[in-house]
Design a protein around this ligand. Structure first.
Ligand code: NAD
Length: 444
């Protein structure tokens, strides 16, 4: 099995980092995309998005001839022994997952396998609703290949758990690998691909693997909404929610991660996946009051943040706001479902003007809105002459801004912190008027 070759269909955050990690483990890997320029750039060592450390590794793997890009799914599958499906599964208007790219790639795999005599393993890595691997991918591959699952080709579901912003680290050092298998032979081959990864490996039923991903994201989103709900309670008691959650997280049954209150979760996974499982559950007659509230809380939080901004400056009408961080979280250029959008929309609705800065996400954010946001070259330009600063994603560069910079550049040194970017006590002691989610904002 040493010479196994891998096709990775989809060259996004999951596909490319997975392809890079497989290549790093010695498997010749081809990543595909529907966009020719992305494939051409990958073959020059240039990834189609920003992720810390990715470009260096991609350049190295492409240079070694072990990683390449293509727009030809059929050819990539034909050249390979295993295919990982990593295409997007965005939300449809009603919240359910759009599986059209999954179906398209499954039919390409079927076409490719029609003329191939070797056993091939098809692995779904995208986040897909329970039943998709067996009820959509399997029959589509069988239909277009004329071959039989479990005989001519194998089938697995191997959910991905990487965190954007840490995708390189996580794809090389996952904390667990889940392999849902159609049969033992398929599972053995996928486990072989991961043989050098030092983490627990769990083999299970395919539908269980599909659901593990939704359950994991739903629980993480629940922790965030829980901390956010408590942030509003804490504010009314003039208590610091971070102190409260630190005490909560010290319980080994809970752990402190994802208890950081902020202006809500965004990105391409939590909102999409929680919406998808809620819509799916409702469509089969299962009520989801807990997850409904998780989503509702997440919609409240950006508006609560705007209320906090109003508390800080009174009316927003005519105010110039320096807006720091447009991506949904630091270390990524991804702006899908970023909380920056509803916040900025509300700020304009209330008559404010926004000067924005983000280290990597400004181009993607510009495509989300026609509002006359003034995009700045750097944080200094964004702060200069503004009436206050608000922080929406806590990039390192933004965390490094000092109280003296706010005092030097803003009209008045007011900071409204949506991510607990700064230590409130030191900001206050250095003369900044600090407001933050879940901080002691009450005027006494
Ligand atoms: N982004 C994350 O942090 C993350 C983490 C875990 C799981 N996931 C899941 O993994 C999947 C992919 O997510 P992503 O963030 O990488 O998506 P993405 O939007 O960044 O990338 C999707 C890729 O699929 C390609 N594509 C679409 N149709 C195609 C086709 N027919 N043939 C070949 N390529 C095609 C696109 O060109 C794009 O490169 C989703 O189901 C997502 O929910 C994402």
């Amino acid at each position: 099995m040493d010479k196994l070759k891998i096709a990775v269909l989809g060259m996004g955050y999951v596909g490319l980092t997975s392809g890079m990690a497989f290549a790093k483990h010695g498997f010749k890997s081809i990543c595909t995309t529907t966009t020719l320029s992305k494939a051409e750039n990958l073959n020059k060592g240039i990834p189609p998005f920003y992720e810390p450390g990715l470009e260096e590794l991609v350049r190295e793997m492409v240079g070694n001839g072990i990683l390449s890009g293509s727009t030809d799914n059929v050819d990539a599958v034909r050249q390979s022994d295993i295919t990982f499906i990593c295409v997007g599964t965005p939300s449809l208007p009603a919240g359910l997952a759009d599986l059209s790219a999954i179906e398209a790639t499954a039919s390409d795999i079927g076409v490719a396998l029609k003329d191939v005599d070797c056993y091939h393993v098809v692995v779904a890595k995208s986040t897909i609703p329970p039943g998709t691997t067996e009820n959509l991918i399997l029959p589509t591959v069988e239909k277009y290949s004329g071959k039989k699952a479990g005989v001519d080709f194998g089938l697995c579901m191997n959910p991905e758990f990487l965190r954007q912003g840490e995708a390189v680290h996580d794809s090389l050092n996952p904390d667990r690998i889940v392999i849902g298998e159609y049969d033992k032979r398929s599972g053995d081959i996928v486990e072989y691909v991961y043989r050098d990864y030092d983490c627990p490996k769990m083999r299970c039923d395919i539908k269980a693997a599909e659901l593990i991903k939704y359950a994991a994201n739903s629980l993480l989103a629940t922790k965030i909404s829980f901390a956010n709900e408590f942030s509003r309670i804490c504010e009314k008691f003039n208590v610091d929610v971070y102190e409260v959650m630190r005490g909560v997280g010290l319980d080994f049954r809970i752990n402190p991660r994802f208890l950081r209150a902020g202006c809500g979760f965004g990105g391409s996974c939590f909102p999409k996946d929680v919406n998808a499982i809620v819509a799916l559950a409702k469509s089969i007659g299962v009520e989801t009051p807990l997850l409904d509230s998780v989503l509702y809380t997440n919609e409240l939080q950006p508006m609560h943040f705007v209320e906090l901004i109003k508390d800080a400056v009174g009316t927003l009408d005519g105010k110039v706001i320096s807006f720091l961080g447009l991506s949904f979280k630091p270390n990524t250029d991804d702006t899908r479902a970023t909380r920056a959008l509803p916040i900025i929309e509300k700020l304009y609705e209330e008559g404010a003007r926004v000067k924005a800065y983000d280290p990597k996400a400004m181009e993607k954010f510009k495509r989300l809105t026609d509002l006359p946001v003034e995009y700045c070259e750097n944080w200094e330009e964004a702060l200069r002459g503004a009436d206050l600063a608000v922080v929406q994603s806590d990039w390192r560069e933004i965390r490094d801004i000092k109280a003296k910079d706010f005092k030097r550049l803003l009209n008045s040194p007011i900071v409204v912190d949506g991510r607990r970017t700064y230590d409130p006590k030191s900001m206050i002691s250095e003369g900044v008027k600090y407001y933050g989610i879940g901080w002691r904002n009450l005027k006494t």
